[in-house]
Design a protein around this ligand. Structure first.
Ligand SMILES: *Cc1c(COP(=O)(O)O)cnc(C)c1O
Length: 383
């Protein structure tokens, strides 16, 4: 057995980030400034989108996305039950009403037929999540949106590298939102970014992310002297710090190399776990690119003799951390109380969530670490 604990979802931090953070500390410019602007430029170039607005989280980005699209009380937003609570909470924070449509059992993404069933006169937007990094059925979802005049917000927390039929995730709908939380494909500790082609939406995200002020704080004290600021909306304090961007601006340069590393790990898991009585991630069409954010097993007690929780605890005892992505939203108590949702309302997502177990997939893993994970899973499932 491994001697040290393998923490799930560990980020890889390299010397350029460490040096850049130290440079920020030494320059005493900690808040929003030139490094945030540089990080935004680099992500915009990578995604091939004109506007990228850095914020302090993806959750903040999803909230502002709802607000700048005019979503509020009385409006319904359709999203997936197989997501992190933040996707749903952002809709609620905007004052709108979340509506869940069940997922496709193979892709684990919103099922367009289920989305159609949930449309009412009040439906104003779709909030698809590219689960685990696999793109949603965007052609179908965009067709539904066009037909019913809906806005589309892509939750790209797992999906920085995701592509769909030649388009990059986050640039297909009206707005796309990335996460740089510590477990995501690239990190800033906490952080997020909103992508859009629309200059007016970009401007409003920027204003609403910093108190509703019309000019950046750091531009007010430029060489031209002091300028008064205006507050044009009641905004939020959602800006990213240069300290965070100092990490992200170097991480973005490695996004492809790390994808390649996760691809190797992914292939090895498929090869070396393929004979076990477990559900492995499905393949995807050649015109899609998977971001390989989560390697999610399906653990069915009837098939392998262990429940998901038993396997998770067994791996934990063998010093292997794993994750659960996700217990379906209607399995969580606040949504049951507030919206009256029941687990059986979205049976596909609930069954997937009950059996889901994510194996470590960080580019920080060594070949020996990956071997330890495989050995531990095999050991846990021995008869
Ligand atoms: C992580 C995550 C978020 C929230 O990201 P933060 O940057 O932590 O706010 C939202 N949606 C999904 C699907 C996520 O995995």
């Amino acid at each position: 057995m491994r001697s040290s604990y393998l923490v799930f979802g560990q980020p890889l931090i390299e010397p350029p980030e460490i040096d850049e953070v130290l440079a920020s500390l030494r320059s005493a410019w900690l808040g929003t400034g030139p490094k945030v602007a540089e990080f935004e430029r680099r992500v915009a170039a990578y995604k091939g989108v004109p506007h990228a607005l850095a914020l302090n989280s993806c959750t903040a980005g999803l909230h502002l996305a709802c607000l700048v699209l005019g979503l509020g009380p009385g409006d319904e937003v359709i999203t997936t039950p197989l997501t992190f609570c933040a996707s749903v909470n952002a809709i609620v924070h905007a004052g709108a009403t979340p509506v869940l449509a069940d997922v496709d059992p193979l892709t684990m993404n919103l099922d367009p037929a289920e989305v159609r069933r949930k449309i009412t006169k009040r439906t104003k937007a779709l909030l698809p999540v590219h689960f685990a990094g696999r793109p949603c059925a965007m052609a179908e979802l965009m067709a539904i949106a066009a037909e019913h005049r809906l806005k589309v917000i892509e939750d790209c927390a797992h999906a920085i590298e995701t592509e769909y039929r030649g388009q990059r995730a986050g640039t297909i709908g009206d707005l796309g939102v990335l996460s740089f939380y510590s477990t995501k494909n690239i990190v800033t500790g906490e952080g997020g970014m909103v992508l859009t082609r629309d200059p007016e939406l970009a401007r409003r995200i920027k204003v609403m992310g910093l108190h509703g002020m019309s000019a950046d704080a750091w531009k007010r004290f430029s060489d031209d002297g002091y300028k008064h600021y205006d507050v044009e909306e009641i905004g939020f304090k959602y800006n990213m710090m240069d300290l965070q961007a100092a990490i992200g601006m170097h991480q973005i340069g490695r996004v492809e190399a790390w994808w390649q590393r996760r691809w190797q790990i992914w292939q090895r898991y498929l090869r070396e776990l393929g004979d076990l009585p477990l559900g492995l991630p499905a393949g995807w069409p050649a015109d899609e690119r998977h971001a390989l954010h989560l390697f999610v097993l399906q653990v069915d007690r009837a098939r392998c003799g262990r429940s998901r929780d038993e396997l998770l605890m067994d791996l934990h005892r063998q010093n292997i951390g794993s994750g659960v992505h996700y217990r379906s939203i209607p399995s969580l108590s606040v949504y049951q109380r507030r919206f009256g949702w029941r687990r059986e309302d979205t049976p596909v997502a609930t069954a997937l969530g009950d059996r889901a177990l994510s194996l470590p997939l960080s580019p920080k893993l060594t070949d020996d670490d990956v071997g330890d994970v495989i050995a531990a899973v095999r050991h846990a499932l021995r008869r």
